[in-house]
Design a binder for this molecule. Structure first.
Ligand code: SF4
Length: 62
């Protein structure tokens, strides 16, 4: 699974980073970004939880 954060939609709430720090982290613009090319299988569930929890649906599948 490959994911990205739409930078125009992210409101920097931090939910995704709290739920799945293996996959999401802050970038230099103070918004969330995906830090892995491919989501490891053991992080897929929490990465999807983060997608579902994003208030602006900014996390999308490539
Ligand atoms: S949950 Fe969504 S809005 Fe919040 S930091 Fe992550 S990508 Fe941005």
């Amino acid at each position: 699974m490959k994911l990205y954060v739409d930078q125009d939609l992210c409101i920097a709430c931090g939910a995704c980073i709290s739920l799945c720090p293996e996959v999401y982290d802050w970038n230099d613009d103070g918004k969330a970004t995906v830090i892995v090319d491919d989501v490891p299988s053991d992080a897929e569930e929490s990465a999807k939880d983060a997608m579902d929890s994003c208030p602006t649906e900014a996390i999308k599948e490539k």
